[in-house]
Design a protein around this ligand. Structure first.
Ligand SMILES: Nc1ncnc2c1ncn2[C@@H]1O[C@H](COP(=O)(O)OP(=O)(O)OP(=O)(O)O)[C@@H](O)[C@H]1O
Ligand SMILES: [Mg+2]
Length: 687
């Protein structure tokens, strides 16, 4: 790899420095003091201190106030300082083999990253130590999930890059790279975002595209606002009331003093003469301030400190809580802030993801429907469904490449594969070809799959065991072993998955030279794009799909289509033009995809099980007893989602007023909510 400084026009930002901490050593004292004196009590004691230095008023010596005030300020400052020490510094190498602090990295620099290093800017991947320039990254910081992504990149020469302006969309990137007059499309797959960590990859080189506050991660983090808890607010109100009370008492006492001066003051002078005579009003004024000092103990300065200390202790209890310790990943609960603990008890709403949060994210291929026949349930000779646990698992020993951990119980499917049923073969061929899984073969015959989505991993593994083994891929071919025979398919296009399209397709040329498009995706989406000739098969498959979804399984429909060479070449040309375009790239690609993904022929459907995590139903039950409202987000088919809702106690039998809002525009949704409201006479939150 040649390290050359890239001449890139700097349209956006400059250095990678990001301020994640509030203070630095010089600003700490003034800033922190300023913040602390915004608290009423602290400001009050400062004011008191000023009063105490005036000898006419003061009856107490000044240090009676200074000591507690300084104590309070230091304790709080110490706590703030420890909360603030977070930012770390990572070193990386810049061409030509220079070491720099990551905060000095600039747009256009080429960076070398090493395994387990944190990616500190948005990079265009140039090359890596792995075959095909693959990189594995962990994206836990970005989306809270731990999984591996794979990237490939084929550029390793002086490029010029044009790309979209900085934005906060983590799942999208458009740009072009020009080299030697050739334009290459750049997409999300070739970008490493700040916030991920390099894994299983010795090294990689990347070109900095966005740095510092322009990185997608930083564009996503909103302004940090100072959060106040309701106890804070209550304390402020209480302290204000106490002030009112104090002022009231001092006023009464000052008025009393005024009367006393007028009536008795002159006689008192005999006994303790005063130089400036007796001025009742002025004396009352001074008395007022004296009492402000004398009665200072009414204002509980220690209240704030006590609450802070209680919170600190409380956060230790959270960290130490054994019931919140997850031994499998060795993760205890962690209180990231010490100021908001008590709000935990005030939670009203929980927003949760389904896959991987409620469920284990361990997908198993359970059932399928191929050409109108359902596989997966096992029946005895009288037609009774048998308990899966009582049936022998299928023996895959005919296939030396099978994954030994894969289990399946229905022998009929293996029989169908062995009898060379063409639909069954096409079904598994599709599963082996249409995906974005990467294969690793460390030893001959020992395959490991790295899948971005665990569903795909499960499907490819299923195909592998039934004799359609996905073996390896390059940017323009996919090699599979079909029933023992090695075949390489030329990969012509990947029409990638996103959550709007809800489907993915690939276009391949078989070793015999036939062009074919394979598509898998959500059943509703696939059904809209099927050829009329499969309407009968559609009805049967729909029944199977509903059955699968009724058991809470995640379903996908599979379809294919043979393509005409001439049409495809012309389509491919338009596809290339669209993908190197900067504006409207996405909508143009979508149109092209839409055009080619129609008149498909249905093959069947798959059903994948993702079990609930331990204790989920119990937890949800307890939460709903506490009157906490729970929202769960999922992209599953409606029936599957409802079913899982029932199995995790989110929906319960006694809830007979469950209703579905299926509108796609704000107006539709509002309309539907209104009609439901009329029907059930309940009140909707204004949200
Ligand atoms: N790899 C894939 N290939 C084709 N279609 C897919 C793929 N993954 C999901 N789908 C389809 O797209 C739909 C939306 O999936 P998406 O992954 O966006 O949902 P999600 O929000 O991740 O939901 P969940 O958290 O339940 O997985 C799914 O219901 C499924 O039918
Ligand atoms: Mg998903």
């Amino acid at each position: 790899f040649r390290c050359e400084q890239v001449k890139l026009k700097k349209c956006f930002a400059n250095t990678n420095a990001i301020k994640t901490s509030k203070y630095n050593p010089f600003t700490f004292l003034p800033l922190n003091l300023f913040e602390q004196f915004q608290r009423i009590a602290n400001a009050y004691f400062l004011f008191l201190l000023v009063l105490q230095v005036i000898p006419q008023i003061s009856s107490l010596s000044w240090f009676t106030t200074v000591v507690p005030l300084v104590l309070v300020l230091t304790v709080t400052a110490a706590k703030d300082a420890t909360d603030d020490i977070v930012s770390k510094c990572v070193l990386c190498t810049i061409s030509p083999l220079r070491s720099e602090k990551w905060m000095d990295v600039q747009v256009g620099d080429i960076i070398r990253l090493e395994n387990n290093q944190f990616v500190t800017a948005d990079l265009l991947l140039l090359s890596s130590s792995e075959p095909l320039n693959l990189v594995y990254i962990e994206t836990a910081e970005l989306d809270g999930l731990v999984y591996f992504f794979s990237f490939h990149s084929e550029y390793n020469l002086k490029p010029a890059v044009r790309c979209e302006p900085p934005n906060n969309r983590l799942d999208r990137f458009t740009g072009t790279l020009t080299y030697a007059g050739q334009k290459y499309p750049l997409d999300n797959e070739k970008i490493l975002l700040r916030g991920c960590t390099l894994r299983n990859t010795e090294w990689c080189f990347g070109l900095v595209l966005f740095a510092g506050p322009e990185t997608k991660l930083m564009q996503n983090s909103g302004k940090t606002t100072f959060k106040r808890t309701s106890i804070d607010r209550l304390m402020n109100v209480l302290v204000l009331c106490i002030f009112g009370f104090l002022a009231f008492m001092c006023t009464i006492l000052a008025i009393g003093n005024c009367f006393w001066e007028m009536n008795e003051g002159s006689q008192f002078m005999v006994f303790l003469p005063r130089q400036d005579g007796n001025n009742a009003a002025f004396s009352a004024f001074l008395t007022f301030w004296s009492y402000v000092i004398i009665l200072n103990t009414v204002v509980p300065i220690s209240l704030y400190v006590s609450v802070e200390i209680i919170r600190l202790g409380n956060s230790f209890y959270i960290d130490w809580d054994r019931k919140m310790y997850f031994s499998r990943y060795n993760t205890p609960a962690e209180a990231r802030t010490t100021t908001l603990n008590e709000e935990l008890g005030q939670i009203k709403y929980i927003f949760s993801d389904k896959t991987g949060t409620l469920t284990q994210n361990v997908m198993t291929f359970n059932k399928c429907s191929i050409n109108g026949k359902s596989y997966g349930d096992v029946y005895d000779y009288t037609g009774q469904r048998l308990e899966i646990t009582k049936v022998n698992t299928v023996d895959f020993s005919f296939n030396p490449l099978a994954d030994p951990r894969f289990m399946f119980h229905d022998h009929a499917l293996v029989e169908a594969v062995k009898l060379e049923d063409p639909e069954v073969h096409a079904f598994f061929r599709l599963l082996a070809l249409c995906h974005t899984v990467m294969a690793e073969e460390k030893k001959e015959g020992e395959l490991f799959y790295q899948a971005q989505s665990p569903d795909e991993g499960a499907l490819v593994t299923a195909a592998r065991n039934f004799g359609f083994v996905f073996r390896s891929r390059t940017p323009d071919s996919v090699s599979i072993v079909e029933m023992g025979e090695e075949r390489s398919y030329e990969l012509l296009a990947i029409l990638d998955f996103n959550n709007v399209r809800k489907r993915m397709s690939i276009i391949v040329r078989s070793p015999e030279g036939k062009l074919c498009l394979y598509c898998k995706g959500a059943d509703t989406i696939i059904y809209e794009r099927l050829h009329q000739s499969c309407s009968k098969l559609m009805d049967v498959t729909t029944e199977h799909l509903n059955e699968f979804a009724g058991e809470g399984l995640r379903t996908l429909a599979l379809a294919y289509k043979n393509l005409d060479e001439e049409y495809f070449n012309q389509w491919k040309q338009r596809h290339h033009e669209a993908s190197t375009e900067l504006d409207n790239q996405e909508s143009k690609l979508d149109e092209l995809y839409e055009e080619i993904e129609k008149d498909l022929l249905l093959l069947g459907a798959t059903a994948i099980e993702d079990k609930l995590q331990d204790g989920v139903p119990q937890t949800i039950e307890q939460l709903s007893k506490a009157n906490i409202k729970i929202w769960v987000l999922t992209g599953d088919k409606q029936e599957t989602a409802e079913n899982i809702g029932y199995s995790c106690n989110l929906l319960r039998e006694e809830m007979n007023d469950v209703f579905i809002v299926s509108g796609n525009s704000p107006e539709d949704v509002r309309q539907e909510l209104r009609s439901v409201k009329r029907l059930y006479h309940f009140s909707l939150d204004s949200t």
